[in-house]
Every structure is written in structure tokens, then in C-alpha cells.
Design a protein around this ligand. Structure first.
Ligand SMILES: Cc1cc2nc3c(=O)[nH]c(=O)nc-3n(C[C@H](O)[C@H](O)[C@H](O)COP(=O)(O)OP(=O)(O)OC[C@H]3O[C@@H](n4cnc5c(N)ncnc54)[C@H](O)[C@@H]3O)c2cc1C
Length: 507
């Protein structure tokens, strides 16, 4: 028998969504190699928003071995098929960015090229007609996808849940998997005089938490990464001017169907979200303080929200951007401590999840951090942030709106070179920049480009070869199959109720 390996002592600072996801993930998946302690302060509290997710969260929940129904019940979750973007490209227009594909590749040529060709001859319906996820969303119907390659496997789904319940759920899970929770406020940080590494966190009451690796999940405060390690902040306000949100949860409107999707409606100085949960509707106005005051934004959300308010609007302030490095010395930032991108595509929890996944993959085996692992972690995290940033900017920049200073600014601003290159590829011939890792593949970019009204000058020449009548017939058949499938599906609310174990008691 070999000697038992020394466990790496991980200290997580912060018990919000990011902190408990990190502690639960490390505690469960690296249980043989780590001891995890999490310190949080109930006096400080959590940011308490963050309700809409991406399908990747399912893999996280599954990997931890948490039954889906139990998770949904605890967090009052609903199913999410995508996001309905209203008034973004042009006032009065809307499109859904689905967790799913549009049509199928034919003869090695992407469906959207065939669609573009058919559209030019007036023989195509709107793109969403060829997506099962979009049509399910429009009809407020839901069931989980099938495995395999048929039509019913062409979509994915995520959850919309109560952020104030998600952390506590993960906390119980983390504690059951060996995480030690410490309640208290961190007031000082001890560093090694030579290496500069953090050695211990000191609590207000004098307690001392020693560790080998420190994960900063202290939220916007970024106490360790931004504070102690003084990692610079890369500010993206010039591309993403929204820097505030007024959040106001409401009751559901009686008699309205429960939507299986999030809604983002463009507003004169930003956009507002509607996120249906089992027990209420999440509402908020994400806005640019350079274009509208906080009072005006609160008033706007009060009058725009459809159900009876459950609270007065609460204003949250943020800055879009990220730390230059998310892993610095022996401090790793996860969640808001490492960066923030507005929730237009529900990406924040995904970014935390990705950071946790990369940390697990690159984890310092015996507590000795190899700078090459750290650099690789930072490279991967930066890639994720940069791609999401570009994708978000596209939603603003690709517009014809001229109705306010805000839209005039985002429509006419210079975008990052990385996005300008992607848009050029698309504009010339409907091509999407290829990448194999990360978020937002072809279907997502196609949904937003076309949804926002950016039609490429030409399409793949191969889509012009066969008999257009046959292509039109194939597209009609697909549309018919989608319609048939959708009409056979249960309503979203009924699907939730079909399995009572998914329903929260007071929902
Ligand atoms: C308006 C808005 C809407 C959003 N919507 C979405 C969405 O739809 N989807 C999505 O994925 N994300 C969304 N997000 C982001 C999401 O809310 C966060 O990514 C997520 O909640 C993670 O937060 P966190 O854990 O990093 O920070 P926090 O929730 O702020 O947690 C910080 C923790 O640190 C602790 N702490 C801080 N200082 C100390 C100290 N000195 N001592 C001890 N403890 C300390 C606090 O007690 C707390 O436990 C949204 C964010 C905003 C602002």
C-alpha cells in the first residue's frame, strides 16, 4: 500500500452561486485529493439574481449525481428552450435564439444556405419555422428531447430557477460531500513574504483559515483576486454600455400560459428580462446609466411588468469586463469576482461552471501550482469571455434602431476586431467562424445574425445546384413534421405537473 497523498487545502471565499458550485464541484469530483472549506458572511449576503441558465448546467447537475426532479423542486425551476429577443433588430420584430438547430445539413451544405436561396425566391417561411425548439417555445409546449438522430433530438434545454434557492441547495449538497462551512466575515489576508501567495484568511472574530489554494467567489468585491492580488480589470463598457439593472419579481399573470423560455425585450436604454419560474416571474431592466437615470429605469420596469409586483425594484450596479488574469498566484477567481457580462444570453453561471471545470482539469496535484497550468486556465477562461463578449455586442450592433441615443451609439460604434472579422465572414457568404470548444456554435450565430436582420450578400454556391422545387418540398416536409410533433406535445405547465416530484410545494 502506497502512502496516502496529502490533500490540497482549498479555501473558497464566498457562498453565492459561484462559491457553492465551486465547493460542491471540488468536494464531490476531487474528494480524494482535496479538503474544501468555504467561508461566507450572511451579513454581506449574495447578489441574489441569476435565474436563467444554459443547457450546460444539466451536465454539471448530472455529474454531481443530483436527480433532476429533486433539483427542480428545490429551486422552483422551469424548463427553458431559448430566449425570445423582441425589438432588437427593429421595433415590432422578434426572433428566438433556441437551444437547438435549424433544419439539417444537406449534401454537406448548412441548412441556412438552402434557406437563404429559397428565401430569395420567396419559397421559405421564417427561419424559426424549421426549428423544433423555436416552435415548441412559440406554442408554450415542452418535453425533454430524445437521444439519437431524429427530429425529437434536435434541441436541448436549460432551467430557469430561483437564484436565492440555488446556492442553499448546493450548500446542502456540498456539506453532504465533505465541504466545511464557516460563517464569518473575512477582514484580512495573510501572504507569503517571498512568493506573494495567500497563506490564510483572517476572520473578524480572530479565526484563521489556512490553505494551499484560494478560490475567490466574493462577488463584485473580488476581495482576493482584484483586492489582494491587484489583478487589473479589462473594462468593456465602451462596447457594452449597460451597467445597472433594476430587478422586480412579479406574480404570474393569472391565466397566462407558462412560457418555456426567457424573454429579452429591447428598451430605449437597454433591455428588460422576463424569466418564468414555477412560483413567479422574474423581471428586470438592464440599462445604461449614461442614457437613463436609476429612478427612470425603476419607473419603467414598474409600468412594463405585467404581473402584480412582489417587491419594489432593486438596483444592482456592475461593470462589464473581466480581470486580466482569473488565476493569479494561488488565487483563482470564479463568478463575479473574475468578471461580469450582462445576462443578455444567460452566460454568467455558465462562465462559473466552465472555470470550475477547467480548474478541476488543471488542478495542482500536490498543491504545487505549475505556471503552465495556470496560463492554460487563463487562456481558456479568456477565450470564453471574449467570445461571449463578441456575441453580446452583436445583439446591439446589428440593429437598424435609431430611436434613442443608446441605440444610435451601439449601432454606430466600432466593434472589437474579433467580431468585425466574424461579421465580415457572415456578410460575404453566410459563413460562421469555426471553433471546437466553448459556447455558441453555428446555430446560435445564425439565429442572431438573421434575427437581427443581417442577411449575407450571397450564400454557399453549392446550395444553388439542385432542383429548387425539390429543396422547397423538403423544407415543407420538415415544417410539417415539426408542426405535427409540436401539436402532440404537452403544455409546459402540464409537463411540469405530470411529475409532481418536479414541483415545489408552494409553487
Ligand atoms: C442583474 C443581474 C442579472 C443576472 N442574471 C443572470 C442570469 O440570468 N443568468 C446567469 O447565469 N447569471 C446571471 N447573473 C449573474 C449571477 O447572478 C452571478 O454570476 C451569480 O449569482 C454568481 O454570483 P457570485 O457567487 O459570484 O457572487 P455573490 O452572489 O455576490 O456572492 C458573494 C459571496 O461572497 C461573500 N463575501 C463577500 N465578501 C466577504 C467577506 N469579506 N467575508 C466573507 N464572505 C464574503 C458573500 O457573503 C457572498 O456569499 C446576473 C447578475 C446580475 C447583476
Amino acid at each position: 500500500m502506497g502512502e496516502a497523498r496529502k490533500k490540497v487545502r482549498v479555501v473558497v471565499l464566498g457562498g453565492g452561486t459561484a462559491g457553492w458550485m465551486t465547493a460542491a464541484g471540488l468536494g464531490k469530483l476531487l474528494s480524494r485529493d482535496v479538503s474544501v472549506t468555504l467561508v461566507e458572511s450572511e451579513d454581506i449576503g449574495i447578489v441574489g439574481v441569476g435565474e436563467a441558465t444554459l443547457p450546460h448546467i444539466r451536465a454539471f447537475v448530472q455529474r454531481l449525481g443530483i436527480p433532476e426532479a429533486e433539483f427542480m423542486r428545490a429551486t422552483h425551476a422551469t424548463y427553458k428552450l431559448g430566449i425570445d429577443f423582441r425589438d432588437f433588430g427593429r421595433i415590432g420584430e422578434s426572433y428566438i435564439h433556441p437551444f437547438g438547430s435549424f433544419g439539417e445539413e444537406l449534401a454537406g451544405v448548412g441548412f441556412h444556405h438552402w434557406w437563404l436561396q429559397m428565401r430569395a425566391t420567396g419559397k421559405a417561411e421564417d427561419l424559426g419555422s424549421y426549428s423544433l425548439a423555436v416552435q415548441m417555445a412559440r406554442a408554450n409546449r415542452f418535453r425533454t428531447p430524445d437521444e439519437g438522430a431524429g427530429l425529437t433530438s434536435t434541441f436541448g434545454y436549460a432551467y430557469q430557477f430561483d437564484a436565492t434557492l440555488f446556492g442553499p441547495f448546493m450548500r446542502e449538497f456540498g456539506k453532504a460531500n465533505g465541504v466545511t462551512r464557516v460563517e464569518g466575515r473575512v477582514t484580512e489576508v495573510e501572504r507569503d513574504g517571498e512568493s506573494g501567495d495567500v497563506t490564510a484568511l483572517l476572520l473578524e472574530d480572530g479565526r484563521r483559515l489556512e490553505g494551499d489554494l484560494f478560490v475567490d467567489c466574493s462577488g463584485f468585491r473580488s476581495l482576493l483576486l482584484g483586492g489582494e492580488m491587484a489583478e487589473d480589470w479589462e473594462d468593456w463598457t465602451h462596447w457594452l454600455p449597460c451597467d445597472r439593472a433594476a430587478a422586480m419579481p412579479c406574480e404570474h399573470v393569472p391565466g397566462e400560459p407558462l412560457r418555456p423560455y426567457t424573454t429579452a425585450t429591447a428598451m430605449p436604454a437597454g433591455w428588460r428580462w422576463q424569466i418564468p419560474l414555477q412560483h413567479r416571474m422574474g423581471n428586470g431592466y438592464v440599462f445604461s446609466s449614461a442614457h437613463i437615470s436609476e429612478d427612470e429605469a425603476c419607473e419603467t420596469i414598474r409600468s412594463a411588468a405585467e404581473g402584480a409586483p412582489l417587491q419594489e425594484p432593486r438596483v444592482l450596479r456592475f461593470r462589464p469586463g473581466r480581470r486580466k488574469r482569473s488565476w493569479s498566484g494561488n488565487v483563482v477567481g470564479v463568478g463575479l469576482a473574475s468578471g461580469f457580462l450582462e445576462p443578455l444570453e444567460s452566460t454568467s453561471i455558465y462562465l462559473a461552471q466552465m472555470a470550475i471545470t477547467y480548474l478541476i482539469e488543471l488542478f495542482p496535484e500536490d498543491g504545487q501550482i505549475d505556471p503552465r497550468d495556470r496560463d492554460e486556465f487563463n487562456r481558456l477562461v479568456d477565450l470564453e469571455y471574449d467570445r461571449i463578449r463578441d456575441f453580446l455586442i452583436l445583439h446591439y450592433h446589428a440593429t437598424t434602431r435609431e430611436d434613442s441615443k443608446f441605440w444610435n451609439h451601439v449601432r454606430t460604434m466600432t466593434v472589437p476586431d474579433s467580431l468585425a472579422g466574424k461579421m465580415e465572414l457572415w456578410n460575404r457568404a453566410g459563413r460562421i467562424e469555426k471553433y471546437s470548444d466553448g459556447l455558441f456554435y453555428d446555430a446560435s450565430w445564425i439565429a442572431v445574425y438573421l434575427g437581427q436582420g443581417i442577411v449575407p450578400k450571397r450564400h454557399d454556391a453549392r446550395a444553388a445546384l439542385p432542383d429548387p422545387e425539390r429543396v422547397a418540398a423538403a423544407m415543407k416536409t420538415l415544417r410539417g413534421a415539426i408542426e405535427n410533433e409540436v401539436s402532440s406535445l404537452p403544455m409546459h405547465a402540464n409537463y411540469l405537473q405530470d411529475d409532481a416530484s418536479r414541483l415545489a410545494e408552494n409553487a
